[in-house]
Write a protein that binds this ligand. Structure first.
Ligand code: XUL
Ligand code: CO
Length: 436
């Protein structure tokens, strides 16, 4: 088979002192921490859309990245070549999983029936490559946002015909995901949101979105697809107001429409920051509510207000994310998918390796730091000490609902001013630095 990355051999772990940029300095897939290997902790996945289909286009210019696999007059030949290149990349990088949108792996044809035939063909090819390499599908999803028919949303489109089209597309993408043994299926509400209330019935649109998800739940049962469903929150972009704003908004939506037992969340770092939250905040919110499912790893840019989808390199972010994930028990069906893209000027195929190696190493360092933080219990002890009053008489009575306003007033009249205790933030930040 033709090689699309001939200059790269299988990436190996060479340790922190290695100067080889095509090696892992920290990600050692076999190294065990807290009872699991690094590979088991992370379940790293590469995304198809940015890594193989994103070729550097931005609103001001076309592709900057020329790829051998992208050259043919026949779109299906390109699709097959891209799949070959993808599996060569996954294998050389040493990740266990991949993720795709239906339209990433096979281009749309003139009719839905023809498009679905293309999907069947390429899925067969993917299945063979999965069997040959042992690489698995973390999740599949639908692109119901790029085509012009979806300009006003898919499930929230004012037209029921578009809703029907989206439903048909999701049905097929679920089937392909099941066929490829996918561990999950993601719903990211591409254009599920609005630009102006002057033309929008928000309540009706949200009812329709819930109806679409309920249909997906019903069809999942029928299909006997056992993968986990995820919703991926994002506050804006492409629409001004996206309905899945953040984890809290998604939780309220799922509760309102009685869908909570069927979904977990896929938290993306850059989406969290667009919502004005930290990545850790969103992960902790999910952990606290039992809905932490999977992660789309990337980062934004402090100075840019959009979804820059850069590869993660910030060790504070990776350390705190892994700290929360480990405390939550780690991934089950989910994994860590790099929803990240090369900068437009990183034009060479080898840049894809540098980018992913950097992200995997950054998370490996985060994992090592977090494992130490968990073992040493310094933060756990500090948090427990801060809330210690809740384990004593007064706190227990409040938590157990044994007192009301009157008794608390009597207590306060008797005991006077509460004792002030320092939050010790700077000291704790210094301790965090000891781990980084
Ligand atoms: C968009 C985004 C998507 C989802 C899958 O910002 O993150 O790629 O992850 O549709
Ligand atoms: Co994403």
């Amino acid at each position: 088979m033709k090689s699309y990355f001939p200059e790269v051999k299988k990436i190996k772990y060479e340790g922190a002192d290695s100067k080889n940029p095509l090696s892992f300095k920290h990600y050692n897939p076999k190294q065990k921490l807290l009872g699991k290997t690094m590979a088991e902790h992370f379940r790293f996945a590469v995304c198809y859309w940015h890594t193989f289909k994103g070729l550097g286009t931005d609103p001001f210019g076309g592709p900057t990245m020329l790829r051998d696999y992208n050259t043919s007059n026949d779109p299906m030949t390109i699709a097959e070549q891209t799949m070959d290149a993808a599996f060569e990349f996954f294998t050389k990088l040493g990740v266990g999983f991949w993720c795709f949108h239906d339209r990433d792996i096979a281009p749309e044809a003139n009719t839905l029936a023809e498009t679905n035939k293309r999907l069947d063909k390429i899925a067969k090819h993917a299945k063979k490559l999965q069997n040959d390499t042992g690489i698995k599908l973390l999740w599949g999803t639908t692109n119901a946002f790029s085509h012009r028919r979806f300009m006003s949303g898919a499930g929230t489109n004012p037209s029921p015909q578009v809703f029907a089209y989206a439903a048909s597309q999701i049905k097929k993408a679920m089937e392909i995901t099941k066929y490829l043994g996918g561990a999950g299926y993601v719903f990211w509400g591409g254009r599920e949101g609005y630009e102006t209330l002057l033309n929008t019935d928000m309540k009706r649109e949200l009812d329709h979105l819930a109806a679409l998800l309920q249909m997906a739940v019903d069809y999942k049962k029928k299909l006997r697809f056992r993968g986990q469903f995820y919703i991926e929150p994002k506050p804006k972009e492409p629409t001004k107001h996206q309905y899945d704003f953040d984890a809290g908004t998604c939780l309220a939506f799922l509760q309102k429409y009685d869908l909570l037992k069927h979904f977990k969340l896929n938290i993306e770092a850059n989406h969290a920051s667009l919502a004005g939250h930290s990545f850790q905040h969103e992960l902790q919110f999910c952990a606290d509510n039992g809905i932490l499912g999977s992660i789309d790893a990337n980062r934004g840019d402090l100075f840019l207000g959009w979804d820059t989808d850069q590869f993660p390199t910030d060790l504070y972010d990776t350390t705190l994310a892994m700290y929360i994930l480990l405390k939550d028990g780690g991934f089950t069906t989910g994994g860590l998918n790099f929803d990240a893209k090369l900068r437009r000027q990183s034009t060479d195929p080898v840049d894809l390796f540098y980018a992913h190696i950097g992200g995997m190493d950054a998370f490996a360092r985060g994992l090592k730091n977090a494992a130490k933080m968990i073992k040493n219990k310094r933060f756990e002890k500090a948090v427990n000490a801060r809330y210690a009053g809740w384990n004593r008489t007064l706190g227990k009575k409040i938590e157990n609902g044994k007192v009301g306003f009157e008794k608390l007033e009597a207590y306060t009249l008797k005991n006077g001013e509460p004792k002030i205790t320092s939050g010790r933030q700077e000291m704790l930040e210094n301790i965090l630095n000891e781990y980084i």
